[in-house]
Design a protein around this ligand. Structure first.
Ligand code: PMP
Length: 385
């Protein structure tokens, strides 16, 4: 099957694996062991990875905290700010189209006395900056808006959002899991205070991620969510995942060097895929085209049932516009927030390309989708024949 689901996870780049291997074998030391060369080698590798990561996002290496992934980074940032700023306020502003790692963290805080505002998005997936500003209260301690959406690829106006936050002395955090490594993300230019990202979305390994925490501004403080040996300057205890961290570092370095070329090539493939699929009658593209990740296309195929579409496309690994919950298939809440009906959300597909996607694969994907959509529509009682 052809893999076009890179927003779910990317394959490990072989160069990343190569960098990691020695740290799974001979260099097995604990980065916190100060008394011998095994520990020093591990620590050196971790320090180097911190520099590679910092170079990608234009931060200081000391501003990087290693975690188990973006879910943990989001939890650490949001719960950490909530606890640290309890005396100032309990109000957090976020958006309905955030990933569950942010939304469910906020839901949890509501049970602990947090007040959360969930901003809506327009039909293109963007928030309204006036609505954001109007939602701010003297109790607002954090604004958390994702950099780019995992389902639609829509990129929010991050610089404008952080400017509004800072005008009111509020911290700005962003879940940049889908953006880092794919488009330029610069924590200085964007004035980001806290930023979550993850290894397995940028050709690195799973189970490792990072939280960027601004140090130049002393008011950016969080409480730890994992207590113990005081690793990562006390903000995240636990023996460091050295091979994972080495992999994340190498993956970030490769993205820094290759991102511009990759984005241009992949963007053309995506545009071709999209143009061809939108030639099919009764299709639509979801999300703001002018402000979208270069490798993502989200397309709805009216009069086609989502489940049958996925079944028909078994040679194509893509994501559907639904999410399995315990009992049933739910239409995507992200697409619904853009105003899609349940049916249209169900009949949507997310295509996400990668550095390894080829023109041949896209050509095959186009003809395969065309064929399956036509076949299903001819079987559908709702389709005009
Ligand atoms: N945020 C976004 C926007 C994501 O797409 C994902 C991964 N689906 C996460 C957070 C969670 O990342 P991780 O798998 O590293 O916990």
């Amino acid at each position: 099957p052809i893999y076009l689901d890179n927003n779910a996870t990317t394959p490990l780049d072989p160069r990343v694996l190569e960098a990691m291997l020695p740290y799974l074998t001979e260099h097995f030391g604990n980065a916190a062991s100060r008394d011998h060369a095994f520990g020093w080698a591990a620590k050196e590798a971790v320090d180097y990875a911190r520099e590679q990561i910092a170079a990608l996002i234009n931060s200081n290496p000391k501003e990087i905290i290693f975690t188990s992934g973006a879910t943990e980074s989001n939890n650490l940032a949001i719960k950490g700010v909530f606890e640290m700023y309890a005396a100032k306020g309990n109000h957090i502003i976020t958006v309905t189209t955030e990933h569950k790692a942010v939304l469910d963290t906020c839901k949890h805080l509501e049970k602990l006395g947090g007040a959360i505002t969930y901003l809506n998005v327009n039909k293109e997936g963007l928030i309204d900056l006036n609505e954001l500003e109007a939602a701010i209260t003297p109790k607002t301690i954090l604004i958390s808006v994702m950099y780019a959406n995992n389902e639609t690829g829509v990129i929010q106006p991050i610089r404008e959002i952080s400017a509004i936050a800072h005008k009111y002395g509020i911290l700005f955090m962003t879940d940049a899991t889908q953006a880092v490594g794919k488009i330029p993300v610069d924590v200085e230019a964007d004035k980001i205070d806290l930023m979550a990202f993850s290894g397995h979305k940028l050709y690195g390994p799973k189970g490792v991620g990072a939280l960027y925490v601004r140090r130049k501004n002393p008011s950016v403080k969080i409480t730890a969510q994992m207590d113990g040996g005081g690793h990562e300057r006390g903000m995240r205890s636990g023996t460091l995942n050295v091979p994972g961290i080495v992999g994340l570092g190498k993956a970030c370095e490769l993205c820094r060097l290759e991102m511009a070329n990759d984005a241009e090539r992949i963007g053309k493939l995506r545009d071709h895929l999209e143009t061809e699929l939108l030639q099919i009658e009764e299709t639509q593209r979801n999300g703001y085209k002018e402000h979208c990740l270069p490798h993502v296309a989200n397309i709805s195929f009216k009069y086609v049932e989502g489940e049958s579409l996925m079944m028909g496309l078994k040679d194509l690994a893509v994501s559907s516009g639904s999410a399995c919950t315990s009992a049933s298939m739910e239409p995507s809440y992200v697409l619904k927030a853009l105003g899609l009906s349940d049916n249209l959300a169900y009949s949507s597909l997310r295509f996400s390309l990668s550095r390894f996607t080829t023109a041949e694969q896209i050509k095959y994907a186009i003809s395969h989708v065309q064929e399956v959509v036509e076949k299903l529509r001819n079987m559908s009682p709702h389709w005009k024949m």
